[in-house]
Design a protein around this ligand. Sequence first.
Ligand code: IPE
Ligand code: IPE
Ligand code: MG
Length: 247
Amino acid sequence: MSQVPNINKENLPLHIAIIMDGNGRWAKEKGKLRIFGHQNGVKAVRDTVESAAEIGIKHLTLYAFSTENWNRPKFEVNALMELLVSTINKETKTLMENNIRLNAIGDLEQLPSSCLRELKEAIDKTKDNTRMTLHLALSYSSKWEITQAVKKIAEEVKEGKLDLATINDSTLDQYLTTAGIPDPELLIRTSGEHRISNFLLWQIAYSEFYFTDKLWPDFRKEDLYDAIIDYQSRERRFGKTSEQVKA
Ligand code: IPE
Ligand code: IPE
Ligand code: MG
């Protein structure tokens, strides 16, 4: 049964980030190749994006491909890149219909040119959409992102454009690929793994974590609702005492 009515619209996370994991194991369970799992993961993406927008989530970040994933067998990497191109191509229409803006974070220059072209086209086409922004983390790793930010900051200090004394944590925020995007209040990881795998290390400083054993291709609306309902039962203290928060 749908749990939407149990979601408190007054306490929605503004930003949900998801580590979509378990495609390979899902396929293996069915005696299929890993890529079959990735193909079926697209359905879960569609369902999640649609329901997040319906609920009223403003930012959804999906970890689709990590920097470390480049080290997978060439066959799998190529198949994933092809799947990415065809999915973006097919889904742009749905994004337009649902008023969803597409954005990408990561070391995008590493993507094959066809992929980058398709991605930039979709980003451009959807740029005026306002209901929700879907951020795809592609060729993304948090250590890469933080290193880039630190390099840029150092360069600007050296050139006299930035005063060392004024640097604080919001300065760093502005140099990350997530500049301008609020930090995720809720981070979900599927497939029963309890790790971060180089995802948004800086931005999840105060995120609530939600882990589910569901493998990504099986993830559906109801699983997203469950995660949000669980999030809404948490007390976010930000270092204060429970009494202070309640006062
Ligand atoms: C997540 O599923 C998708 C990507 C990382 C691209 P996996 O491919 O990691 O699947 P498992 O974890 O091996 O089952
Ligand atoms: C994390 O999944 C990256 C994505 C979901 C894109 P992995 O399957 O690559 O993570 P590890 O290597 O098991 O930690
Ligand atoms: Mg995995």
